[in-house]
Design a protein around this ligand. Structure first.
Ligand code: SF4
Length: 194
């Protein structure tokens, strides 16, 4: 990401700064896969955008609705119908659908949230989620890789959010079906998919 993009997004820090923070905190993935299971401690909904869904679809040969479900925060529209923003990875038996024998079966195309866990950039600060791998020493190069992924995620999520807002402001006629607004537009789904 170049400096002008940083300024545009109002990011108050650089990749270098995040890298230093990650190194100070320390992190080494222990492969416990707790972040892929329902454990009541973490945000268990893995939000994914259209680009990520298509990557997973081409990797797994699964259809869109076999991979994701409408994001579970559904807003009822007073004029009728309901709407939600984006998609979340499907879950099964208390874990992500793609957790197989305690490993990620889509590791090469895992969502940005997974590739940056347990960290997240929230406007002007670094959020840290519970994780068994925190506080372990981390090499500079690995911290740098995480911070680059975090910046990339922040940038892409920001762009997707803006697109979703634009589509929402178009004030579409909401149907009896659930309307899912993502960065590509407004998509209808049967309510039972939730
Ligand atoms: S996509 Fe992979 S890393 Fe992400 S929650 Fe599912 S199994 Fe875990």
């Amino acid at each position: 990401m170049n400096p002008s993009e940083n300024e545009l997004l109002g990011i108050k820090f650089t990749t270098e700064f995040i890298c230093n923070e990650v190194q100070k905190i320390g992190f080494s993935c222990k492969g416990c896969a707790d972040c892929c299971r329902d454990n009541g401690n973490i945000e268990e909904t893995i939000f994914v955008g259209p680009e990520e869904i298509r990557d997973i679809a081409s990797f797994t040969k699964l259809e869109w609705d076999e991979i994701v479900t409408p994001f579970p925060e559904i807003i009822k529209i007073p004029e009728g119908g309901s709407v939600t923003f984006g998609w979340s990875l499907k879950r099964k038996d208390g874990a992500c659908l793609f957790l197989v024998e305690n490993r990620c079966s889509i590791y090469e195309v895992r969502p940005r949230i997974c590739a940056t866990y347990p960290f997240m950039i929230d406007e002007d600060h670094l959020v840290i989620f519970p994780c068994n791998g925190l506080t372990y020493p981390i090499e500079r190069n690995d911290a740098l890789e995480i911070s680059e992924r975090l910046m990339d995620r922040f940038y892409k999520e920001n762009k997707e959010d803006k697109k979703m807002q634009e589509y929402y402001l178009l004030k579409p006629v909401y149907s009896e079906k659930l309307c899912v607004i993502d960065s590509e537009g407004i998509k209808e789904r049967e309510l039972w998919l939730n």
